[in-house]
Structure formats: structure tokens, C-alpha cells
Design a binder for this molecule. Sequence first.
Ligand SMILES: *Cc1c(COP(=O)(O)O)cnc(C)c1O
Length: 366
Amino acid sequence: MINVPFASVDVMHREIKDEMLEAFNRVYDNNWFIQGRECEEFEKEFAAYCGASYCVGCGNGLDALYLILRAYGIGKGDEVIVPSNTYIATALAVSYTGAKPIFVEPYIETFNINPGLIEAAVTDKTKAIMAVHLYGQPARMDEIKNVAKRYNLKVIEDSAQAHGATYKGIKTGALGDAAGFSLYPGKNLGALGDGGVIVTNDEELAKRCRALGNYGSDYKYHHIYKGNNSRLDELQAALLRVKLRSLDKWNKRRNEIAHMYIDGIDNENVILPVTDKDMTHVYHIFGIRTSKRDDLERYLSDKGIGTNKHYPIPMHLQGAYAELGFKEGDFPVAEEISKTELSMPMYYGMTDEEVSYVIDAVNSWR
Ligand SMILES: *Cc1c(COP(=O)(O)O)cnc(C)c1O
């Protein structure tokens, strides 16, 4: 038996250790820790990576989404459309502004929001659509933008899981009006702590987000908004600059692993994830589905294979959203995913032998 963890940064971090320590030393010796050159350079480099004009560092992915919504003036009395299947941060960002998240079901095949269902959820209070690129695959942006255009809504990308993924050749971050990225350690591009960025082509929005994340200040000791303290520090920015240089290589390996899974997994009780046309996927998560999910989880665990569930309780059934008054059956697609999805091991550094071991284990499960 070999042990295959669900995720690991071990090989990734060993390979870049010298460059990371060099970056640490640079910040350490520079004696400047917040709002300095490293963050500025990382912002430029990440904007260029996405093919967008502006990037603003902030404290985490949740704040990135929240700051964008606030910068658009979204708040109490407004509604924002979010997929019913996503990490709860997408909805919480909306709730923090005082606005209400409105859930729309995903496609079961790709796990991403079904644009054909958005129009029915639009009311005169709707201000924006959160397009989540879940598990590393872009949402169907053209269809989403068409609905948005008809009702004059902003399209905000939740790109927390999709650094480097493309839709019709364009990278996430440059697909909507603005995008929030998480740089949480486990994401495809992760800091050694919390971090986030806002990416946009809208200069005014970028300025407002920067001020809102810096105590609402556009100029030292001038406070034009009741802002937050949410900034990307110099140390994380310096480390992220090193990591950004390898992101494409890491995403490429994730794709190789995913394609080995897709070619190799052959079990009539297992449904493989689908990549939509027009997309490149970065496989933050490789999620299979099976009606006997908990049984497969145990079976793999007994063979030393780590798995995870994204996500076991859909948002509308979470205690945090009890106020919305939903019950089991209200969002059947999200509920089906929550009961059947199982995420396979996926990380840079996973060997072909380990991938084959997982494939054989899944195929031998009855
Ligand atoms: C991780 C994640 C977030 C939140 O990012 P944090 O940096 O943890 O705040 C938001 N949305 C999605 C889809 C995520 O996966």
C-alpha cells in the first residue's frame, strides 16, 4: 500500500525553496512590510498574467469579492445572483454588503452555474451576477454576460479556484467586469498564509477597491469611505511573485493527472467530470460523482488514499442561511452534487505511479 494524500505542497515548495528564502530575505532586509514595492510588482505581474489592466492586493478571496461588491455600491435592498453550488464565501461576500444572495442551480455535468436559469431569478433588485469558475473550470461567460447586458447587471468572477483557466482563449480575471481571486495556501496559486487580489480593466473600480481595503483612504489620512483593513502584505507578495513564475507548470501537471484519471477510471458506478467546450480547466478540484460516495470514500481511505467533498452541505441548507427559509428539495442539483461528489487526490508532485494507484483503486471498487 502507498499513501496518497488528497493534496500536498511538499514537492512544489521543495523545488522553489531557495528562491522563496531569497524573497523572504529581501523583504526582511528591506524593513518595509505593508504597501510597498513587492505588492506593487506582484499586482503588475498578476494583472499581466491574466491579461487585465489592474490588480489590487487584499487580505483574502472573500474580501476581494466583498470589496468589489461594495465598490459597485451594492448593499442593503439589493440582490446578487450566485450559484447554488459553490463555497460559502461567494454568498457571504454578498451578505456582508447587506445585499441578498439569490441561488441559481448549476449544470450537474460541469458543476458550474446554468446561465439558462439566471433570467428567471432576476428581479428589479438584482444588481450583479457572481460567475464562479468552480473547481478550476470557467463558467459559461458569454451566456452569463448576455443576461447581464439585458438587465444592466455587473458580472463579477469568483476566480478563487481558477487561476490560469481560460474561456475562448481569455484568462479568468479578464472575463467579466471584475474578478476576485483567493491566494489561500491550497489554491492553485497560494501564499504561505492568507491573501487575495481583485483584477479588473476598470480603473475607477480598481481605485475604489484599493481605497476600500485601506480604511477607505485614497490619500493618507483622508477617508472617503468607511473602509476595511484588507491588504496583501509585502512578504506574501514577494513569495507569490516567485510562485507565479511556476503557476503554468503546476497547472499543466494538474491537467496531466486529470487526463490520466479521465482515460484510466472505468467503473460503471462512477461519473467523471466534464470539461465544457471553449474552456481550459486548471483542476483545482477533480470531482467524480457516485451514488455510493461515502462507501467509495471509505474504500479509498482503507487503501491510504485521501479524498475530500466539495461541498457536503449546500449553502441553502447551512445554518448560516437558515434565515432564507429554504428546505431540502429547493435546489435539487446542488443537493445531488453535495451527496455524490468526491474529490480525488490532485497536486503538483503527484507521481504517475500514485495516479495509477488511485485509478486502480477506483476501478477495483464494487
Ligand atoms: C477559497 C474560495 C473563496 C474564498 O477565498 P479565501 O481566500 O479563503 O477567503 C471564495 N470563493 C471560492 C469559490 C473559493 O474556493
